[in-house]
Design a protein around this ligand. Structure first.
Ligand code: PEP
Ligand code: MG
Length: 592
């Protein structure tokens, strides 16, 4: 009997092969102390292991640079920094010197402590950093224990499906894409560094499958479907048939994506809609471009700070912003200032424990309270405006006073740059995200102080409906088609038009075919979404008429319930688009 397991899609494509089980985990470390005389020896062993691990990481960084390029190679930087981090080094030395622990036990304890501190949240970015941390721990501990390098994959046959509890960047980089047809892991996130590398290497990957490494047996057949996030162990003939036909359809779709990427994003009756990409990491800019992004509608900058022990400097930030700006020399790039707090916290800020973090010290509130941190970012952003059409976007704004304060800080930083002879574009644009009912209702006032609006429906839905966006138990109540949301979208669109400023949507709703149909019907002329969704949404736009979208939006605005709103949209879109519901989400009938 075949076993079907669902996880999250992390790298597109579909593959079949024989299971190769990999146990890349933290080794058991016995609790042991040493005599006082032996403490210097343990200290020396710890430093030697650190130097060895740094050497290995540098080698891997160089190999990655040669194989995939300099941007991907920087993925190893956080781990290299970790090995020099005073929190790690001094904490471990303290356990050796004060408690006389062996180097391995002291290091393991210190890393467990740091891990516990970070794992207060389940935010994917923090999990990504924990994954980096684990990579370092596994490597150093095996070395201190005198083990053979467990990441040696030389015994692997061609065409295997690599199955593991989780992977790490240094492990994936040793994988030969000609040998590994697909990857399935129990844990992990789409934004984990190793998953990004798997995407660059074009290996179909499914993460977060739960128990795949326990249920799979070495040498058994398996299918990995990286588009829908499914793993089939021990497939039977009918599973294989599904696999073959999906593989054929996916190949056709992939060819279509390349063609769609080049096409205009224009409705049947000639209305052009700007389609932009949301980026979580600068390295994704190229994929966004290949999927037809016309600029970046939301560049989340939290990757620079979450899980780090120190604040990133102006130069590092500037380079990241500039990299994305230069990837889109002819289009606008909207860079959002740090959206910290909620479930994203950097270690160096000592975020307080709050009863309601989503209603707490978050986003623009943190930035305005910490001008030391914020000014550095504003300076880096201003400098990036000299390298493209960089626009500065503020998250979770409620009040014009917040915009006014940011303008003051910007004016001071501009002054400094001018005096130092550092170039920036004085005509840059500043706008806000509309993410709260307060901002939506007060949009007319905000519009007088902003150059653009971008509606963050992920948060707007959460705050309008009082439904935590991360609470899976409430997922059925988190509905972007609720009439209260639709009315706010309409209000913000109307106000922006009247004020003559641009309005776009950069929440998940824009990547939903029915959502996109509603938004364009409300005369929102720019949509931004995770780049894999761009071709699908462009197809929707090219297959509908603006007049039908407007009419459906008018009906949706008068609909009394969420179900009625959805019905108006389904009827409005009619047969022009072949819609399906997949995993509770509206989708096109492209292979999902
Ligand atoms: C949003 O809230 O819709 C948004 C795009 O921002 P984030 O998902 O990063 O909160
Ligand atoms: Mg938001």
């Amino acid at each position: 009997m075949s076993i079907v397991l669902d996880g999250s899609p992390a790298s597109e494509g579909i593959a079949s092969g024989r299971v190769f089980l990999l146990d890349w985990g933290i080794p058991e470390v016995v609790h042991q102390t040493v005599q006082a005389d032996d403490v210097p020896r343990e200290v020396a062993r710890f430093h030697e292991a650190r130097d060895w691990a740094k050497g290995r990481l540098e080698e891997m960084k160089a190999a990655t640079e040669a194989r995939l390029g300099p941007v991907e190679a920087r993925i190893f930087d956080p781990q290299l920094l970790m090995l020099d981090d005073p929190e790690v080094v001094e904490g471990t030395l303290r356990y050796i010197e004060e408690n006389h622990l062996t180097a391995q036990r002291a290091f393991e304890w210190r890393m467990l402590e740091l891990q516990a501190r970070w794992s207060r949240t389940s935010h994917p970015m923090v999990l990504d950093r924990l994954n980096d941390l684990e990579d370092v721990v596994i490597r150093v501990l095996h070395h201190l224990l005198g083990h053979h390098d467990p990441s040696d994959l030389s015994g692997m046959n061609e065409g295997v499906i690599l199955v593991a509890p989780n992977l790490t960047p240094s492990l994936i980089i040793q994988v030969d894409a000609r040998h590994v047809a697909g990857i399935a892991t129990d844990h992990g996130t789409r934004t984990a560094h190793w998953a990004m590398l798997a995407r660059s290497m074009q290996i179909p990957t499914v993460v977060g499958v739960g128990s795949v490494s326990r249920r799979a047996r070495e040498g058994d057949d398996a299918i990995v479907d990286g588009r829908i996030g499914r793993v089939v162990l021990d497939p039977d003939e009918s599973d294989r048939e599904v696999f073959r036909s999906r593989q054929e359809r996916l190949l056709v779709w992939e060819e279509e994506v390349a063609v769609i990427a080049e096409m205009e994003s224009t409705t049947l009756d000639g209305q052009t809609i700007s389609l932009r990409a949301n980026l979580d990491l600068p390295v994704e800019a190229e994929q966004a471009r290949a999927h037809g992004a016309e600029g970046i509608g939301l560049f989340r900058t939290e990757f620079l700070v979450v899980g780090r022990n120190t604040m990133p400097g102006e130069e590092e930030q500037f380079q990241a912003y500039r990299q994305v700006a230069e990837a889109f020399p002819e289009s606008a790039v909207y860079i959002r200032t740090f959206d910290l707090g909620g479930d994203k916290f950097p270690m160096f800020l000592n975020m307080p424990q709050e009863d309601n973090p989503f209603l707490g010290w978050r986003a623009i509130r943190v930035c305005l309270d910490r001008p030391d941190l914020f000014r550095t970012q504003l300076r880096a952003l201003l400098r990036a405006t000299a390298h493209g059409d960089v626009r500065i976007m503020l998250p979770l704004v409620n009040d014009v006073e917040e915009v006014r304060q940011v303008r003051e800080l910007l004016a001071e930083e501009e002054d400094q740059l001018t005096r130092s002879g550092i170039p920036y574009n004085a005509g840059y644009k500043l706008g806000v995200m509309i993410e709260t009912p307060a901002a939506a209702l007060d949009a007319a006032e905000l519009a007088r102080h902003c150059d653009f609006f971008s509606i963050g429906t992920n948060d707007l839905v959460q705050y309008t409906l009082a439904v935590d966006r991360t609470n899976t138990r409430l997922a059925h109540l988190y509905n972007p088609f609720h009439p209260a949301v639709v009315r706010q979208l309409h209000q913000v669109a109307r106000v922006s038009r009247a004020a003559g400023i641009e309005v776009s949507v950069c929440g998940e709703m824009a990547s939903n075919p029915l959502g996109a149909f509603l938004l364009i019907g409300l005369d929102i002329g720019a949509l931004s979404m995770a780049w894999p969704s761009l071709p699908e949404i462009k197809k929707v736009i090219r297959d509908v008429r603006m007049e039908d979208a407007r009419q459906a939006a008018r009906k949706a605005l008068a609909a009394p319930t969420s179900a009625d709103v959805t019905r108006c949209l389904v009827e409005g879109i009619g047969d022009s688009v072949d819609l399906k519901v997949f995993s509770g989400r509206w989708s096109l009938s492209v292979p999902r």
